[in-house]
Design a protein around this ligand. Structure first.
Ligand SMILES: NC(=O)c1ccc[n+]([C@@H]2O[C@H](COP(=O)([O-])OP(=O)(O)OC[C@H]3O[C@@H](n4cnc5c(N)ncnc54)[C@H](O)[C@@H]3O)[C@@H](O)[C@H]2O)c1
Length: 243
C-alpha cells in the first residue's frame, strides 16, 4: 500500500472516512473526490491526503479532477468508486418514487461510476507496476435482494453488469476490476442498539452483528494488495444478510 496512489469517491462519507483513514495510515497517497468538504482533522492533517471538491455526476468536475491528478502524480494505482446514496422518495417504492429521483439515483449510483472510470482510465494505465492496477466499485446487497429502493437497486445491480462488460478490455492493460456488495453498515457515529432501523435489519443477519466500516477497509485492502487473482467478481460483505 505504501506510496500507492489511490483515488476514492465518496471518501468523506461514513464508510469512506474510515477507509481513507486506514489507507493513509498504511502509507498510501489518497485523493478524495467528494462534494462534501468535511472530514476528520486527522485525515486533513496527513500530508498524503488530497481533496478535490467534485460532484461525480458532473463530467466537467471529473475532467478537472483528472487534470489535477495528472499534474500531481501522473498516474493512479487504485481507483475506488464509492460515492452513492438512495434518493428520499425511493423508500416509498415504485409507486412513491418521483421521476426526478429515478433520474438522479441512476445518474449517481450507476452513470457516475461509468463516467469516472472512462475519465480516469488512462491514469490507471500509466501506473508502472502492472500488478498494482485495480478498480473497485461499491455496490449493495440491494442489487441481489428485494429490499425496495427501485432505482438505487437497479443502479447497484447495473454496476455488476458494467464491471463484467469492461473486464476483458481492461484486462489487456492488466487492470483488475471487482465490485463489493455491502449489507447494512452502520457508521462509527451511529447508535445501533435500540434503533428501530437497525433492530429490523439485524434479524436478517445469520451472524448477529453488522459489518463495520473497518471490515469494508479490510476487504478493500485484500482485493487491492493481497488477493490479486480475484478479478471480475462481486464480493458480498453482509454477514449472510442477503441469504
Ligand atoms: N452504509 C450502508 O449501510 C451501505 C449499505 C450498502 C451499500 N452502501 C454503499 O456504500 C457506499 C458508501 O456509503 P456510506 O454509508 O458511506 O454513505 P454516506 O452517505 O455516509 O457517504 C456517501 C458519500 O458520497 C458523497 N456523495 C454523494 N453524492 C455525491 C456526488 N454527486 N458527488 C460526489 N460525492 C457525492 C457524499 O458527500 C458522502 O461523502 C455507497 O455507495 C452506498 O450506496 C452503504
Amino acid at each position: 500500500m505504501e506510496n500507492s496512489v489511490i483515488v476514492i469517491t465518496g471518501g468523506h462519507g461514513g464508510i469512506g472516512r474510515v477507509v481513507v483513514y486506514n489507507l493513509l495510515k498504511n502509507g498510501a497517497k489518497v485523493i478524495v473526490l467528494d462534494k462534501n468538504e468535511t472530514t476528520s482533522t486527522k485525515i486533513k492533517e496527513n500530508e498524503n491526503y488530497t481533496f478535490i471538491k467534485t460532484d461525480v455526476t458532473k463530467l466537467e468536475d471529473l475532467q478537472y479532477a483528472h487534470k489535477l491528478i495528472q499534474e500531481k502524480y501522473g498516474h493512479i494505482n487504485y481507483l475506488i468508486s464509492m460515492a452513492g446514496i438512495n434518493m428520499k422518495s425511493e423508500v416509498d417504492g415504485i409507486k412513491g418514487i418521483t421521476f426526478s429521483d429515478i433520474d438522479k439515483s441512476i445518474k449517481l449510483n450507476l452513470t457516475a461510476h461509468i463516467y469516472l472510470i472512462k475519465v480516469m482510465l488512462d491514469l490507471v494505465e500509466k501506473s508502472r507496476a502492472k500488478d498494482k492496477r485495480a478498480i473497485l466499485m461499491i455496490s449493495s446487497i440491494n442489487a441481489i435482494t428485494g429490499y425496495g429502493l427501485p432505482a438505487y437497486s437497479a443502479a447497484k445491480s447495473g454496476i455488476y453488469g458494467f464491471m463484467k462488460s469492461i473486464l476483458n478490455e481492461l484486462g489487456k492493460s492488466s487492470i483488475r476490476v471487482n465490485t463489493i456488495s455491502l449489507g447494512t453498515v452502520p457508521h462509527m457515529d451511529q447508535e445501533v442498539e435500540g434503533d428501530e432501523y437497525f433492530e429490523h435489519y439485524i434479524k436478517h443477519l445469520a451472524i448477529k452483528h453488522f459489518v463495520r466500516p473497518t471490515d469494508v477497509y479490510d476487504t478493500i485492502y485484500s482485493l487491492l494488495e493481497i488477493s490479486k487473482c480475484i478479478n471480475g467478481q462481486n464480493i458480498v460483505l453482509d454477514m449472510g444478510q442477503s441469504v
